[in-house]
Design a protein around this ligand. Structure first.
Ligand code: SF4
Length: 231
C-alpha cells in the first residue's frame, strides 16, 4: 500500500503543492455560490443547532433546495426549544421540499427534544453527542464542529473525496478513509476550508463527469487519477 501523501513522479507535472492548490482554488471558486452551510453561516445561522439541522436538511438534497428550506424552518423556529414545540407534521410541512422530508422531520424533532431534555437547550460542541443523534454522520458532525464550533475538523463529502483522489493527494476508496488520511497529511489551517473550497470546485470545475481539466487552475500539478475524458 502506498504511504499517504507520497506521490509518484509524473513527467510534465510539478510536485503537488497543497498551499498553491488552496491559493489558486480560493480564486477559482470566488464566482460560484458558496456551499449551503457556509452560506447559511454567513447569513447568521451559525449556532451548532442551526448548522446541524441545515446539514440534515441538505442530505441528498441540492443546495438550491437546502437553502430556502432551512431559511423557512429557521424563520419559524431556530432554537432547540422552539423546534421541540413544533409538531413533527409542522416541521414536515416546512421542509417538504427536501429529500426524505418525513424521516428528517422526525429526526429534527427528536434532536430538538433531546437537546432540551438532556443538554438544557444548548447543543454542546462534542463529537460524541453530535454522532449520537439518529441521521447524523461524520460529515455533518465535522461541518458543525468546523463552522459553528470553530474546532479544526475535516468534513469529507463526495466532492472532497473525488477531488483529492484525482489530485493524487490521497489514494482512498471511501470518504471515511479520505477523512482519516487527510487528518494525517493536510495542514491544520485548511481543515475547515477544504470543504468550503472543494464543494464549489467539485460542482463547477472538477465535476464528476467530464471535469474541466483544460482550464483548471491546478492542472500543472494534478495527477488526474481516474480521469479518462475531460473538457
Ligand atoms: S486537472 Fe482535472 S482532475 Fe485535476 S483537479 Fe483539475 S479538473 Fe480535477
Amino acid at each position: 500500500m502506498r504511504k499517504p501523501g507520497k506521490e509518484t513522479i509524473v513527467p510534465d507535472k510539478r510536485p503537488f503543492d497543497i498551499d498553491q492548490a488552496i491559493f489558486r482554488i480560493r480564486e477559482a471558486v470566488r464566482p460560484f455560490p458558496k456551499a449551503a452551510l457556509f452560506e447559511l453561516a454567513e447569513e447568521g445561522f451559525r449556532s451548532p443547532f442551526e448548522q446541524l439541522i441545515a446539514c440534515i436538511i441538505s442530505v441528498r438534497t441540492l443546495d438550491e433546495v437546502t437553502l430556502p428550506t432551512a431559511r423557512r424552518l429557521f424563520a419559524l423556529a431556530c432554537t432547540p426549544f422552539e423546534v421541540s414545540r413544533l409538531t413533527v407534521a409542522e416541521i414536515d410541512e416546512c421542509i417538504r421540499a427536501c429529500t426524505f422530508h418525513e424521516a428528517k422531520a422526525r429526526q429534527i424533532h427528536e434532536i430538538a427534544r433531546r437537546i432540551v431534555k438532556e443538554h438544557g437547550g444548548v447543543l454542546p460542541c462534542e463529537p460524541a453527542i453530535l454522532l449520537s443523534f439518529h441521521g447524523v454522520g461524520p460529515k455533518c458532525a465535522n461541518l458543525v464542529l468546523g463552522i459553528a464550533c470553530d474546532q479544526p475538523s475535516i468534513a469529507v463529502d463526495i466532492h472532497v473525496h473525488r477531488v483529492t483522489n484525482r489530485w493524487g493527494y490521497v489514494h482512498t476508496p471511501t470518504p471515511e478513509k479520505t477523512a482519516a488520511v487527510l487528518a494525517e497529511i493536510l495542514p491544520r489551517p485548511y481543515w475547515i476550508e477544504i470543504n468550503r473550497l472543494l464543494v464549489p470546485f467539485g460542482k463547477h470545475i472538477c465535476t464528476g463527469r467530464l471535469p474541466r481539466c483544460s482550464t483548471c487552475p491546478v492542472l500543472d500539478m494534478c495527477r488526474q487519477v481516474g480521469v479518462s475524458t475531460h473538457r
